[in-house]
Design a protein around this ligand. Structure first.
Ligand code: SF4
Length: 328
């Protein structure tokens, strides 16, 4: 596509979105806080999962001040099931900055938004365009796939060169009058028609601009990192004081949350195996062995959580599943 067609390309997307755009709860608002929450949730969590959680979260924390005032455990518990908990910590840190440094009013200035904790280029673009309807570029995996195909470009989209190219293109292409609809449309095109594998080009609103020769072969990505397997040996210690849990210390994965106590393979020798659990996190394939160990002596970072307090105790999904399963 040549630069003289950029305007028509953007307009075609905006027109298509007017009739084909999906109605998500976060598209019905221009409140920058609500936009920020939805965008943080949608990073690394699927739309159907976010759909089931977003409105309840917004009822619980309707303003930055509400989240800033909550204790960390409550925020973590409310995020449970969405994964990647560092996001909720960053969101709470941003809420505190907005509350303390901006008197609770979400900043409108790009530099001030960019300075909020946990905010990157994508989130800045999302807040500026979706909340304030300002022509800010936005690139995610869907947008990159569309660009790689429209420009028939085999530069790996996850390489520094690929990223730079796509952010520059996004800034040039963005619709000047209706960036909110344009950015939504671009992402939605990647989600619904210009999907991974074989795209649905026949229904594509920008087909006439697209130079892809073999769209299914695009985008090109850098070679994937190898999958690493890991084995965890954990304890199930249920007494009349509750379930023994280990609090994750600062700097550990799932900081501030609770997990079943972990031991070395040597330390569990001879203990009866209760169950095994397999799950994947990013590039790790984890097999977890759980041993029945009612006589365990708690370590410094371990404590008994009474059964009635477990529901409010933040823990990652694999732990929540095991605890629920074993208490049944
Ligand atoms: S024509 Fe096909 S490959 Fe090109 S942008 Fe549309 S859906 Fe994607």
């Amino acid at each position: 596509m040549q630069p003289e067609h950029y305007k028509d390309f953007a307009q075609a997307l905006v027109d298509w979105f007017a009739t084909h755009g999906k109605d998500y709860p976060w598209r019905r608002t221009t409140d920058p806080w609500a936009v920020l929450v939805s965008e943080i949730m949608l990073q690394q969590t699927t739309i159907p999962t976010v759909m089931g959680r977003y409105e309840a979260w917004m009822r619980q924390f309707p303003t930055p001040a509400a989240l800033a005032a909550a204790d960390e455990q409550t925020a973590l518990r409310s995020w449970e099931g969405l994964g990647y908990y560092r996001r909720v910590r960053a969101l709470q840190a941003a809420a505190i900055v907005i509350t303390e440094q901006h008197l609770g009013i979400f900043p409108t200035d790009e530099a001030a938004i960019r300075a909020l904790p946990g905010i990157g280029d994508y989130t800045v673009g999302a807040v500026l365009s979706f909340a304030y309807n300002r022509p800010a570029p936005l690139v995610d995996a869907n947008v990159s796939r569309v660009f790689a195909r429209v420009f028939n470009d085999a530069t790996p989209i996850d390489s520094p060169a690929g990223r730079k190219k796509h952010w520059a293109l996004a800034a040039e292409l963005v619709h000047r009058e209706n960036p909110r609809a344009y950015n939504s449309a671009l992402m939605e095109l990647g989600q619904t028609l210009c999907t991974t594998g074989e795209p649905t080009c026949l229904l594509c609103p920008v087909r006439r601009f697209c130079a892809a020769k073999q769209p299914a072969a695009l985008p090109v990505k850098l070679p994937k990192k190898a999958i690493t397997t890991a084995e965890h040996h954990d304890l199930w210690c249920l007494t009349d004081r509750g379930v023994l849990m280990q609090k994750q210390a600062s700097g550990q994965r799932h900081e501030g949350m609770y997990r079943l106590p972990q031991r070395s393979a040597q330390a569990v020798t001879g203990m009866p195996l209760l169950t095994t659990q397999k799950y994947s996190i990013t590039r790790y394939k984890v097999t977890r062995y759980l041993y029945n160990a009612p006589d365990t002596l708690p370590r410094e970072d371990e404590m008994f959580i009474p059964l009635e307090a477990l529901a409010d105790t933040p823990m990652a999904s694999p732990d929540r599943k095991l605890v629920n399963q074993l208490l049944k």
